[in-house]
Design a protein around this ligand. Structure first.
Ligand code: COA
Length: 151
């Protein structure tokens, strides 16, 4: 599989990877608009098909992961870890000192991934996610100190 920095021309592939990873996916236009935004960059992993996608925004010394998702068929092969490592490197390059993200408290795969990368829990947003019939779920806010040499 191959990881590349995303351009607006990758919007269809990004939307395809996102649709495989999430129940409520973002469409091509969402990705085109996002990549147009200040400080926004993305990465895409492709195998035979789009396998994983990540979007990050780095502004004023702070980076935020806006989305990261991997298609079920491509999971547990290091795709998300590679996407996150690329984003961490790019955010550092853009001068960010911290990286933040929000994650469903019950999303064990993602929380495990982030903790393994060195993210720490810094807060909780109550009832942040709407899971339809399953009710609402809290979001963990997690932070990575980009000035440390861990990665
Ligand atoms: C969370 C997600 C992005 C992980 O993607 P992935 O490519 O499978 O992750 P990686 O293969 O890079 O995993 C790296 C490490 O994260 C942890 N991890 C990943 N998936 C895990 C799982 N299902 N259970 C436990 N730990 C897991 C492990 O420590 C793993 O290392 P290991 O495989 O050597 O044990 C993927 O499951 C996904 O897209 N889920 C749906 C969308 C989502 O929840 N996105 C995050 C929203 S905040």
């Amino acid at each position: 599989m191959k990881l590349t920095a995303a351009t607006p021309a990758d919007a269809p592939a990004m939307a395809s990877a996102h649709a495989q990873a999430f129940d409520t996916p973002w469409d091509e236009m969402d990705f085109e608009d996002l990549l147009d935004g200040e400080g926004v960059f993305g990465f895409l992993v492709r195998g035979e098909d789009p396998a994983g996608v990540l979007i990050c925004r780095a502004i004023a010394g702070e980076a935020e992961i806006l989305t990261v998702g991997v298609a079920p068929w491509a999971r547990r092969q290091g795709v998300a870890q590679a996407l996150m490592a690329a984003a961490i490197g790019a955010a550092r390059g853009a001068g960010a000192a911290d990286m933040f993200l929000e994650v469903d408290v019950d999303n064990a795969p993602a929380v495990t991934l982030y903790e393994r990368l060195g993210f720490v829990r810094t807060g909780l947003r109550r009832d942040y996610y709407d899971r339809g019939a399953a009710g609402r779920a809290d979001a963990l806010v997690m932070r990575l100190d980009l000035t440390s040499q861990a990665l």
